[in-house]
Design a protein around this ligand. Structure first.
Ligand code: PEP
Ligand code: MG
Length: 324
């Protein structure tokens, strides 16, 4: 199977109906970088910057981070890298951070909430990213944005950092994109202005699903109860697709489901055109997507929905089996 996927490496991910789906990889450690060449990924759709913070026993220094980020951009060799600003708190507790005694850490003081309330580390990280870009394009996104205002404030921090770096004489990125992760259902209902302001949106399906079904992603018992191909969840994804399309904002999906071929197929059928996944999933996802017609997939999904099915999975699997 590995060989079969290797032979797909240079081929585009294009469905039988001619739809291109961008396949990018998720990363976070330097050890992930060789996969950029090996997997055939078009870029890094999610670089989880907190991993560099989690493997240390103190906050990394700005210079050290800038050097690491520069190595990531060097390895990407012009391909797009989406740096997600620190997503700590919840399941990602830094060993050197004062533990917060929170009853519900996943819904607690985490990610951009922490970044906005105590902006010191985020500012330092933004400076490191700008210096690492050293004139090259820079793509950033904020984790766990739950309302428009959080995106506005995060973006203001980026604009201020750019201004300050420029005044210090550092070369500014040729272009800066500032996106938001959509991982709380609330953001799908944000004002139109949010969708206009965001340079792109990436669905964090792991968290989005957890909060949509109120089912802890770390708790096997409840997690397995709700299929990602549940018709309600697919409707939410379609609504997000529609809201982004209305204002021409690029949309991607970077949760674990993007790397599962059947899920990836249904997410693409819902209208998402960029997926980001662990590198080893790129081959299997591309293999399936190149063999399907999304119009047929949409018809199968619509029929399953009309029948009152809770999940479209068995209908999609049956259809794929019939296709051989
Ligand atoms: C997600 O929530 O889907 C996501 C990609 O972020 P993480 O898994 O790091 O929370
Ligand atoms: Mg998340």
């Amino acid at each position: 199977a590995q060989e079969r996927y290797a032979s797909l490496r240079g081929l585009p991910c294009e469905t039988l109906c001619g739809t291109r789906v961008g396949l990018h990889m998720n990363a976070g450690l330097m050890a992930d970088l060789p996969s950029l060449e090996g997997s055939g990924a078009e870029g890094v759709g999610l670089f989880r910057t907190e991993l560099q913070f989690l493997i240390r026993n103190q906050v990394p220094k700005r210079g050290e981070l800038a050097a690491l980020y520069a190595r990531v951009l060097d390895a990407a060799n012009g391909r797009r890298v989406v740096f997600r600003t620190l997503d700590i708190g919840s399941d990602k507790v830094l060993p050197y951070m004062k533990p917060q005694d929170e009853p519900n850490p996943a819904m607690g003081w985490r990610a951009i909430r922490l970044g906005l309330d105590k902006p010191g580390v985020m500012r330092m990280q933004l400076q490191a990213l700008i210096r690492a870009a050293n004139g090259r394009p820079l793509t950033l996104m904020f984790p766990f944005v739950a309302q428009f205002e959080e995106h506005v404030q995060g973006r203001d921090h980026v604009l201020r950092a750019l201004d300050a770096e420029g005044r210090l004489g550092h070369p500014l990125p040729e272009r800066v994109e500032i996106g938001a992760m959509l991982e709380t259902p609330s953001l799908a209902f944000a004002p139109r202005q949010f969708f206009e302001m965001a340079d792109f949106i990436s669905i964090g399906g792991n968290d989005l699903k957890q909060f949509f079904f109120a089912a802890d992603r770390e708790n096997e018992r409840v997690r397995r109860r709700y299929d990602s191909l549940n018709v309600s969840f697919l409707s939410l994804i379609e609504q997000i697709v529609a809201r982004c399309a209305e204002v021409d904002t690029p949309l991607s999906f970077c949760g674990e489901d993007a790397g599962r071929p059947i899920e990836a197929l249904c997410i693409a059928a819902a209208g998402v055109r960029t997926l980001s996944m662990r590198p080893a999933s790129i081959g299997p996802v591309k293999h399936l997507l190149r063999r399907v017609d999304l119009r047929e997939a949409r018809a199968v999904i619509a029929e399953a929905r009309a029948s009152g099915a809770q999940s479209v999975r068995s209908a999609v699997v049956d259809w794929l089996v019939r296709q051989g």
